[in-house]
Design a binder for this molecule. Structure first.
Ligand code: MG
Length: 283
């Protein structure tokens, strides 16, 4: 899941959503101990297992409700809890998140709610974002999957989004600044003719799903906090094929592209080390 740095978008019916309460929580950037890193590693392993199970199940005809159950069962079978389930909306009248995964199809960017009525068909893309909580720590990852046959233009969007993550983490090294990562992601995406979502961003992660720092997918190199070994960060490019503007559906959760163009999402939880970053949600 991504955090919300500020609101620049409006609900489809034209009302401005209220700032969620959790936005008022100020965290500090946490540096994890060796013991905590092992616990993070395990939570991330469970999250990764759930993505693998989903990847195997993706096919035309399956509903996002069924994918949700596959993820939940995998996480629970491995001693974890699906942390997105019951995540507070922080907005009056909007229920807590009902699913174990966010399942966002085609022009849905993030935070799609799993449903028996949302059935995958040939040519779709679907972004699955999930968080496993185990032994007090969270592991967060997202993938965009291709359903059956898609045009090359769609495949390219999915590949560029994934590559944007890897462009970003080239800078996820001790002594670099956070803005180096953000800049690498944003400039790579734009160079390839797509847009990054500006209203949602990556984040620190640990005992809380969302910790400081916020990690935008755009920005200036050389700005922001310095990276230190022991930081665990969820880096998550959210990319729209067309313009960057987004809307929120009336369910209070689902974010779609305003122009109706396709969107993709790719995320891993990483660890800053003395040398190269470690990707904890790829096993
Ligand atoms: Mg996240």
């Amino acid at each position: 899941m991504g955090t919300v740095p500020f609101f620049r978008f409006y609900r489809k019916n034209g009302t401005v959503p209220k700032l969620p309460e959790f936005m008022g929580v100020i965290n500090l950037v946490t540096i994890k101990s060796k013991r905590e890193i092992e616990l993070m590693r395990e939570a991330c392993r469970v999250a990764s297992l759930a993505q693998t199970a989903i990847e195997k199940a993706i096919k035309p005809g399956i509903s996002t409700y069924e994918l949700d159950k596959i993820a939940e069962n995998t996480i629970r079978a491995n001693g974890g809890i699906p942390a997105e389930k019951g995540y507070p909306s922080g907005v009056r009248g909007v229920p807590d998140f009902p699913g174990s995964i966010c399942a966002s199809i085609n022009d849905e960017v993030i935070h799609g709610i799993p449903s028996k009525r949302a059935i995958l068909k040939d040519g779709d893309i679907i972004s699955i974002d999930l968080v496993a909580y185990k032994n007090g720590y969270n592991g967060d990852c997202a993938r965009t999957y291709i359903v059956g046959n898609v045009p090359d233009s769609t495949r390219r969007l999915v590949e560029i989004t994934k590559q944007a993550f890897f462009e970003g983490i080239q800078y996820a090294k001790k002594g670099n600044r956070l803005g180096d990562i953000s800049h690498a992601i944003g400039s790579f995406v734009e160079k390839n003719g797509y847009s990054v979502v500006k209203e949602f961003q990556g984040h620190g992660i640990g005992t809380q799903m969302h910790e400081d720092p916020g990690i935008p997918n755009y920005g200036k190199a050389g700005r922001g906090i310095r990276l230190e070994p022991g930081m665990t960060l969820a880096i998550e490019p959210m990319v729209i094929m067309g313009k960057s503007n987004i809307l929120q559906l009336d369910d209070g959760w689902t974010i779609i592209s305003e122009d109706g163009s396709l969107a993709a999402h790719y995320e891993n939880t990483i660890l800053i080390t003395e040398k190269e970053p470690e990707i904890l949600t790829i096993i």
